[in-house]
Design a protein around this ligand. Structure first.
Ligand code: FAD
Length: 479
């Protein structure tokens, strides 16, 4: 039917297939699970009939690839944007509302941290060297910074221990999904640059189930171009010697294909590789991947609870949940209902051994610190999702091993949030990886196209400093 197979029906695989379909290429997508969406899936909660996501997801206004995909699929209006505050941080005696102030990026959030409980002006000032660094930061530094932990890097930049404990332990956990001491300085610095360098950057949430943003619309686009999407059909082996010849599925069927885009998580790629390709350096990362597990908790209360739409606890060793979302302020048609919350236990090893009931009780207690009315409310229903991997942990050394879309095997391409996108592992990274793989396929078909969207040049002070710093080094060092 088609010469091009995409394995994996998550955001990366579907973005790739849509990009190819839009250029008239017939693609077969094979998805092993019973539904599309992978780690950005959603489904109907059986007890309530409500659509829940695998876990709450946040996007932001610089998700240029993801927003381009949603624009293409006609669903960009289904993002619920939160412009102000950027985020509410629960702390005593009063919450801190992070908002952009009158200073230019990357300093715009600083004024809202002045007076944060436990932080002195000296702690804030200890960020000066880091702020200067972020203005000139670029991808050419990634390989070097990937050798050290984010903690060691911050100390080297002169950030005070109190600032590290208050802000950076939290920031590392929520944005890199791994503790600060283990996070690659490169991974953290890239996200810090992305979040702090753009004027008015703001977060958004799906106002419908995550999958409803893209899955059925992507299938329509693929089928319109003559392609097909096979769900519940896991691939078991890539076929070929020196070049791709096809894909074997678990039911024994073989799909002949001279070009295959593998858009599966790293753990799923290893078993697909025939022995003669395993030793290739492109696949070196597979032996080192460490998953960052999540537990996502959905709570249906018997009454309305006053709470911010999006709030977070700071990081302490005993704390389970960081980010909390009031879905009745996010989901279309849920306004006016008794409160329904979602929250994430990130890097959830500390919840191991707890029963779902204990997790729910702890989640309500922690919510009550943000929204005191939760303590007196009754939970009428709960759903606890145990997720083996939200993203691969970007630990020290991770960035250097991320493979490019083009592999040494002729006709085999990689996509997925974990590949070399020059972005964090995220929905945006997944979509960009899919677009990049589509570009490579099209280039090999002799039909070059520019699809993946690069990050914008920095706003504010970075717009002045970065161009002065950038020419001093060359980029990229690796493909
Ligand atoms: C709870 C949670 C919260 C998150 N929060 C955020 C957030 O706030 N912001 C953000 O940007 N990102 C967030 N992420 C990360 C984001 O969801 C992922 O980065 C992204 O969805 C990865 O997409 P992908 O297509 O690369 O991989 P996946 O979504 O894993 O897709 C791979 C697909 O391949 C399929 N597959 C695997 N093996 C085979 C096989 N052998 N044959 C056929 N198919 C196969 C899988 O079933 C899956 O559908 C979160 C993730 C989770 C789980």
């Amino acid at each position: 039917m088609s010469d091009i197979v995409v394995i994996g029906g998550g955001l990366a695989g579907l973005a790739c297939a849509v990009a190819l379909a839009d250029r008239g290429v017939r693609v077969t997508v094979v998805e092993g699970g019973e539904r599309l969406g992978g780690r950005a899936a959603s489904w109907t909660d059986a007890a309530t009939g409500d659509t829940v996501d695998i876990g709450p997801h946040v996007l932001h206004s610089e998700y240029r690839n993801m927003l381009a995909l949603l624009e293409r699929l006609g669903t960009s209006r289904l993002v619920c944007w939160q412009r102000d505050p950027l985020l509410t941080i629960a702390c005593k005696p009063a919450p801190v509302h992070l908002r952009h102030g009158p200073l230019p990026p990357p300093l715009s959030l600083m004024p809202s941290m002045v007076g944060a409980p436990g932080l002195s002006l000296a702690d804030l000032m200890s960020m000066s060297r880091l702020s200067l660094h972020v203005m000139r930061f670029g991808e050419e530094e990634i390989d070097e910074l990937d050798r050290i932990s984010a903690y060691d890097f911050l100390r080297r930049e002169g950030v005070s221990p109190r600032m590290i404990d208050w802000w950076w332990r939290f920031a590392a956990m929520v944005v890199t999904n791994v503790p600060l001491d283990r996070s690659s300085a490169a991974s953290l610095m890239r996200i810090h640059a992305q979040l702090s360098s753009y004027r008015g950057l703001h977060f958004g949430f799906a106002s419908v189930g995550l999958c409803e943003l893209y899955a059925s619309q992507a299938v329509r686009a693929i089928e319109t171009a003559g392609g097909r999407v096979l769900v519940g059909r896991p691939a078991t082996l890539l076929l070929g010697q020196s070049a791709m010849q096809g894909v074997r599925l678990a039911d024994g069927a073989e799909l002949p294909a001279g070009r295959v885009v593998c858009a599966v998580p790293p753990q799923a790629l290893g078993p697909l590789l025939p022995d003669h390709w395993r030793g290739d350096s492109a696949f070196e990362i597979l032996a080192t991947i460490e998953p960052s597990p999540y537990v996502s908790v959905y709570l249906w209360f018997d009454r309305h609870i006053d709470m911010p739409r999006f709030a977070s606890h700071l990081c302490t060793p005993a704390r389970l949940n960081y980010d909390y979302y009031d879905l009745t302020q996010i989901r279309h048609g849920w306004q006016g209902r008794p409160t329904i919350t979602a929250s994430n236990i990130i890097y959830s090893h500390r919840a191991k051994g707890m029963s779902d009931q204990q997790i729910v009780q702890a989640t309500v207690r922690e919510l009550a610190e943000i929204a005191p009315q939760a303590a007196a409310a009754r939970v009428v229903h709960s759903a606890v999702h145990h997720i083996p991997m939200a993203i691969p942990c970007p630990i020290v050394g991770f960035e250097r091993l991320r493979p490019a879309a083009r592999t040494p095997v002729h006709g085999l391409y990689l996509a997925g949030d974990w590949t070399r996108t020059h972005l964090p592992c995220s929905m945006e990274g997944a979509v960009k990886s899919g677009f990049t793989a589509a570009q490579e396929v099209l280039a090999d078909l002799g039909r070059p196209a520019a699809i993946a969207v690069p990050p914008r040049a920095y706003d504010g002070l970075g717009a002045i400093v970065r161009p002065l710093a950038a020419p001093r080094r060359t980029f990229p060092r690796r493909p």
